[in-house]
Design a protein around this ligand. Structure first.
Ligand code: MG
Length: 381
């Protein structure tokens, strides 16, 4: 079987782990893209010899071109370049691990080109779910979730026939570094505190999103789209050890869960080899050594991002777009030391409240609501 891969976002955490798998199983990597980390991108280009590389930021693209002038790789840049990369003819599957809203358009381009998608870009479904899912149906392509929770749910659903009824999706959360903190304790936390995740090694944006629980809110929105269930059929539960990656409760009361180490190679590999299961390169989980799994209800009152996202998907339309856009702006401001940790949740809620539900008919609608939410944040700090 496969695979020839287009990898969008090759220098990030998911991107480099995808390349570990490509290296191990000899998958052909046709396309690489990165935002601006051209040092790593050059190493990857020399190792995997892709035909096309996109460096999103133009000034880095120009430098990159000079650096790889001795190779035959074609170098493009910007959103047009990223879309050209996403629709590259010879690849079987597009792994989209771009960070942020910028990931939506390439996903739509890849679908248009008839490519299967391994999706790690949350914003694609959070903001564009109402466009992406119909497009997938129309083109008859496959969408494989890469996020550990959605991969887990996908694996649990594979355990039952398509006629099964989902009683509940049980979406697990680690709770992040501030689990159990009161609002008062959260007034004093710093950027460095927020960047220390107990279980997972991830990029900066998603690590902050884990600390605020925005990440889980975005995942509820994604799950609602991906598995076509309403938000009240999705229960969020804190599972502190990050061993149970999510579960599905079926109509007969049986709960099927997916359990394993906190290693993103596993869901990435499954998305690339589905329905096969190839041998793992990582450590295996010893349940006896792990000893226990502890479960808690999330604190919706203190972690406002989570409750805001759940409200947003219940209302639908442009509400999730606003929540996401406001969060991207607020997290950037928090990382720059311009707002406090608790302000992230307050701004996300206020910006989402300010957005009308509306209707999504095009990417333009999404871009407008996204911009409005960001501007709301900038003008309210
Ligand atoms: Mg996740």
């Amino acid at each position: 079987m496969i695979k020839s891969i287009t990898l969008l976002g090759s220098t990030g955490s998911i991107g480099t782990q995808t390349l570990d798998i490509a290296r191990r199983f000899n998958f052909k990597v046709n396309v690489l893209t990165a935002n601006q980390n051209i040092d790593l991108l050059e190493k990857q280009t020399r190792e995997f010899i892709p035909e096309l590389v996109c460096v999103f930021e133009e000034k880095y693209a120009n430098e990159f071109k000079l650096r790889v002038a001795d190779t035959s790789v074609k170098v493009v840049s910007g959103i047009d370049g990223l879309c050209e990369a996403a629709s590259f003819e010879k690849s079987d599957i597009v792994v989209n691990s771009v960070v942020g809203m910028v990931g939506l358009k390439p996903t739509l381009e890849a679908i248009k080109a008839g490519k299967d998608i391994a999706l790690a870009n949350k914003e694609t479904l959070v903001t564009g779910g109402e466009l992406v899912l119909p497009a997938i149906k129309e083109k008859g392509v496959n969408l494989f979730p890469v996020d550990s929770e959605h991969s887990a749910i996908f694996q649990c659903l594979a355990a039952a026939p398509p006629s099964r009824k989902i009683h509940k999706i049980i979406l697990t959360a680690s709770g992040g570094p501030f689990f159990g903190y009161t609002k008062d304790m959260l007034t004093k936390v710093t950027v460095a505190d927020a960047l220390k995740h107990p279980n997972w090694n991830m990029g900066r944006k998603i690590t902050i999103d884990s600390a605020t629980m925005m990440n889980k809110g975005l995942e509820v929105i994604e799950a609602a789209h991906l598995f076509n269930v309403s938000a009240d059929k999705i229960d969020v539960i804190v599972q502190r050890e990050s061993l149970l990656h999510s579960a599905v409760e079926f109509d007969d009361g049986a709960i099927i869960a997916q359990i394993g180490t906190a290693d993103m190679h596993v869901p990435i590999q499954y998305a690339l080899t589905y329905p096969e299961r190839y041998e793992t390169q990582g450590e295996r989980l010893s349940l006896a050594k792990a000893g226990k799994m502890t479960f808690y209800e999330p604190d919706y009152e203190t972690f406002k991002c989570l409750s805001t996202c759940i409200d947003a998907i219940k209302q639908g339309g442009l509400k999730p777009v606003a929540a996401n856009g406001a969060n991207e702006a607020a997290v950037a401001l928090f990382l720059e030391g311009k707002i406090s940790f608790l302000q992230i949740g307050e701004l996300v809620k206020a910006a989402t409240d300010a957005q009308k539900v509306g209707k999504i008919t095009s990417v333009y609608d999404i871009d407008c609501a996204d911009r409005a939410a960001r501007e709301f944040v900038y003008s309210n700090i």
